[in-house]
Write a protein that binds this ligand. Sequence first.
Ligand code: GLA
Length: 661
Amino acid sequence: MTTSRLTDRLGGLAYGGDYNPEQWDEEVWKEDEELMRRARVNLATVGVFSWALLEPEEGRYDFAWLDAQLDRLHAAGVAVDLATPTASPPPWFTLAHPDALPVTPEGNRLTHGSRDTYCLAAPAYRRACARIAAALAERYGDHPALALWHVHNEYVTLCWCEHTAAAFRVWLRERHGSLDALNEAWGTTFWSQRYGSWEQIQPPRATQWHHNPGQAVDFRRFWSDETLAAYREQRDAIRAHSDRPVTTNLMLPGYQNLDLWAFGREVDLVSVDHYPAAPGVDAAADTAFGADRARSFGGGVPWLLMEQGTNTVYAGDRILGKEPGEILRHSLGHIARGSEGALFFQWRQSRAGAEQWHSAMVPHAGPDSRIFREVTEVGAGVARLGELAGSTVRAEVAVLHDSDAWWAMDADGLPSAELDYHGTLRRAHRALWDARVTTDFAHPEHELSRYRLVIAPALFLLSDAGAENLRRYVEGGGTLLVQHFSGAVDQRMHSRLGGYPAAPLREALGVRVEEYRPLRRDEQAVLSDGSYGTAWSESLRTEGAEALAAYTDGMLTGSPALTRHRFGAGVGWYLSTRLDDTGYAALVERLLRESGAGPALPGLPPGVEAVTRHAPDGRRWHVLINHRDRAAPLPGPAHDLLTGGPADHLPAGGCAVLRAD
Ligand code: GLA
């Protein structure tokens, strides 16, 4: 069955959010309809947390409420993104199936009372999920309001129970084939960990000291596959009754429980949630980071921002508000990078319950509020961007991301606690964002030849196939920067012998790393070009590469820190320390210059973000966001779709969407 395209059904980009009307009465629903019209809402996510209402007791469904809501929304001109409610099992479920509650690594079984209290590997839970997904699909599969299916909500819970242990063993048999192969892969000869039967193997539960690294990484791989299987069961139950696209909203970039490349292949449309992790311009950079990831996981095709907050910026132990104008800037930040719209959590701020302080499109203060006024203005702007639907974004630069490498870096016993996979990737992306360059993420085994520049910031684990692919990429004419502690272990977490990084990559880089030398906290390694490194240094020698900067202190004095190697038709760079911000920005600028990559729209001042969306028929649009506190001139006068009028400059904090000639 071919699925219909979301934006075809909506007739433009999506605007709206999670809608939980079960919290309100008829009078409020009436007001919702009026306010949704004013805000130009055309898509509402319904049913995410409605399990207790839809199935009040095991096997007894009550759809009257949802029938009425869907018909009502349809009559109001709002399409529905219908969720399966499986992220929040009701109390009757957990009381009937206590074995389906999640267990922590310490062996504590959680109880209900929150949400996400389930073990994905528990057969009773999986059966209940498939059942309710099928029941919903059967009833609403061709409902005229239905535009999209939303399976579950943010697959995030891990579990270490006996069901998990059993499923883990099945997965391990499949992966390793034999116990001997598993013992070899995990290096169990050391510390007397050798397994004599499959039943002896456990998930990596709380233990005395270091976990076995192979076991730890395999467990994360297994959990991702288990989650994907759970998603597929629901998706397939839905597909049996419905031709509407199916998605699941993926967690924020800082969570890495899933192989998101694999999920990207299984959903009809990638959708993500995004709440910035810092205020101000950092929030804008974070938005770009999340959006570029989302686009990349789907292979570059359009995707959807499923959730953001109207007034939510997570900042450590508090939730900060957004500045005026940020709802538009963040929404456009996602749309610029390929999102087919901008949705929020949630439509109306809860008056009670667990998330009553989470921001919403209609705040506690009601429609007479700054937030609702901005929501309405943004809705009007998004409604004028319909022609962007289906267009995509092209990038000349890629940052390499591999969940295996992230999970590997979470292993116990690494040489430094300052090795931060996620932070290192964000830093590389941020340097490119500051240089106003549009960036894709790519997997080390992907075809990379379309990129002028590829940066591998943190490939601690690099498979044999990945190492060979990167070698070929450089040989074929690409420019590759590999950063410290990359290519150190293979896919089994076995160290690369004879010098790091992995042999085929060494050939492309023209270096051989002999020794890793973590720096003391607060220690700086001053380099010969005036820049300095922190956290990490390496003793390496060149094997064909030229040294561009060397260490200047201690036993590493004179040892190369930054190298460049012409190899085949391309250039392989290696950076063996964590460079200071200024030094790193200068290096990225140099790589862009030498590789011929640059901003989508050159000539704009720093602080003005510009991304181009391309339609298959050759039309193009530039989305511009001014992050400065002063106006910025445009390259020339142009028609701004957001206002429907001419524009020759961007006001401070302002945005524009320009048709390119
Ligand atoms: C996630 C969830 C929502 C809500 C928000 C709060 O994105 O999907 O239900 O809890 O977080 O930020």
